[in-house]
Write a protein that binds this ligand. Structure first.
Ligand code: HEM
Ligand code: HEM
Length: 450
């Protein structure tokens, strides 16, 4: 069975993503401790984190979900590895171009940056098409494959698989990932053209519109869409009504596009776009928080029971517990950071101030990654942290670090000096990242997908 193969490719992406994040976070911590180094390190940090960390993680999560739960296989596995090599080489070349102040690595890097999401789109489309053909020719071949899987893979299906009761919100989520990817492809072409004549390989230069497309359109848009796939599965209840999420999604992407156009034609339009994006973020954060809190305050309802009955029937030993413990704590903290960012966007905050960028990437998205990690890694990696209390220590360290770092950026932007707060925030957030990685190394083996 191809499951072992299907499992390796996403793990390759996720491993590379964490490697990039480790280096990116250490650079961030170093800058927080000694801001004088920022002029050298900030451009590298700003390449490694959005492109090397979050973009590669999205690629890896997508392949993991499509393969492990829907049985999607690539016709040729090397096409997935080619995408990984292209994406990582793009990041590495951009960093080298910056380090040695040379044009050719940067030019090659931006070309690879354009190629990677195009290959990703091609891989998804060809994988979905190939798997549909395969299942038609083998008469429910996917079902056969799924029933032969070991129990831990059944747990992956339970966590990520198709559930009729989630179909409507899944359709909204899938539309969101599709739109985000289109925006990213446009953004990378634009980045390549914009950076082509940058004479000294000074790192990526962004325009305001490009940042809207890449940071909020691609990374933020994918995160909100993926959260809509994950929330019902992690919380064991449908996230209805789907119409609510559709309106918020139109608000989010509409606000981003308005801001992009506004960045060309005038500031008032960009302000309007920022406000619409912020309102959509506040609405989404409140919706996800409500789902998490209501789920915890109710015992299993009739609706939940029918959802569970309509999902894959599982051996009770392998059923997943969904979000719990440090996972639910990280999930709630992530959405609280999103609320603060939404408030900033609505109330005239600069969407690209250091405080906003780190509210988005570190406070909001990285906290959600920790939540997904604590919930899904035991199944995907077949490992658990050695002790739950260590996971809480990791989370407290990371979240206090993020709060101090973001708080000190806000104070600096308001004209105050905050060197101790900045340093302690940067160091704690970085130690939090390293602890998260160490927890999966100091694993407690559990059954792994064979
Ligand atoms: C441990 C986590 C992190 C720490 C300690 C950290 C720290 C810092 C610091 C101190 C700066 C200021 C540089 C300056 O003064 O110009 C900075 C800038 C920046 N960071 Fe982070 N950061 C972290 C995570 C992230 C993540 C996850 C992302 C994105 C995915 C990110 C994206 C950026 C960007 C785009 C800049 C602006 C760089 C520039 O102005 O050219 N950071 N970070
Ligand atoms: C930009 C990134 C992504 C793209 C372009 C994408 C695209 C797709 C496509 C084409 C399908 C339909 C597959 C089929 O018909 O068999 C799908 C389904 C799905 N995706 Fe994604 N995906 C992305 C990211 C993710 C991520 C990161 C997750 C979750 C962690 C996810 C969760 C799901 C789920 C649960 C389904 C099944 C929905 C259903 O029942 O139809 N997606 N996605």
């Amino acid at each position: 069975m191809k499951i072992q193969q299907a499992y390796r490719l996403p793990m390759g992406f996720i491993f590379a993503a964490f490697l990039n994040f480790t280096v990116g976070a250490i650079l961030g911590g170093t800058m927080a401790a000694d801001p004088a180094l920022s002029y050298r390190l900030a451009p590298i940090h700003a390449i490694l984190n959005p492109y090397g960390w979050l973009t590669l993680l999205i690629y890896g999560m997508t392949f993991a979900v499509l393969a492990l739960s829907l049985g999607v296989q690539l016709p040729v596995s090397s096409q997935g590895w080619a995408q990984l090599v292209v994406a990582e080489a793009g990041v590495v070349l951009l960093v080298i171009g910056n380090l040695i102040q040379s044009t050719w690595p940067s030019r090659t890097g931006v070309v690879l940056l354009v190629l990677a999401p195009m290959l990703f789109l091609y891989n998804i489309l060809s994988g979905v098409r190939y798997t549909k053909r395969l299942s038609r020719s083998q008469e429910s071949g996917i079902k056969d494959v799924l029933t032969q899987l070991p129990t831990s893979a059944e747990a992956a299906i339970q966590l990520f698989g198709r559930v009729p009761a989630y179909r409507k919100t899944d359709a909204v989520g899938q539309r969101g990932t599709d739109v985000s990817l289109m925006l990213f492809i446009i953004a990378t072409v634009w980045t390549a053209i914009w950076n082509w004549n940058d004479p000294k390989g000074s790192g990526l230069i962004y325009s305001q519109g490009l940042e809207w497309l890449t940071f909020y359109g691609w990374i933020g848009g994918t995160t909100l869409s993926v959260a809509l796939h994950l929330a019902p599965r992690f919380l064991r209840r449908p996230a209805d009504p789907a119409g609510w999420w559709s309106v918020l999604q139109v608000g989010w992407f509409g606000g981003v596009l308005l801001s992009v156009v506004g960045s060309w034609i005038g500031v008032p339009w960009e302000r309007a776009g920022s406000i619409v994006t912020g309102i959509a973020l506040v609405g989404s954060a409140l919706g996800f928080l409500w789902l998490a809190v209501v789920r915890r305050s109710h015992s299993r309802t009739g609706e939940e029971a029918s959802v569970a009955a309509s999902s894959t029937v599982l051996n009770s030993n392998t059923s997943t517990r969904g979000l719990h413990g440090p996972g639910i704590a990280a999930w709630i903290i992530g959405w609280l950071f999103a609320l603060v960012l939404g408030y900033e966007l609505v109330t005239y905050g600069d969407p690209f101030a250091l405080s906003s960028i780190h509210l988005l990437f570190l406070g909001f998205i990285t906290s959600l990654v920790y939540a997904v990690g604590y919930t899904a890694f035991p199944i995907i990696l077949g490992r658990r942290p050695p002790h739950t209390s260590l996971a809480y220590v990791q989370l407290i360290c990371s979240e206090i670090g993020a709060m101090l770092l973001i708080g000190s950026f806000m104070r600096i932007e308001a004209g105050h000096a905050t060197s101790l707060m900045l340093m302690s925030g940067g160091v704690l957030a970085t130690v939090g990242v390293l602890m998260f990685l160490a927890l999966w190394g100091l694993r407690q083996p559990s059954s792994r997908v064979k």
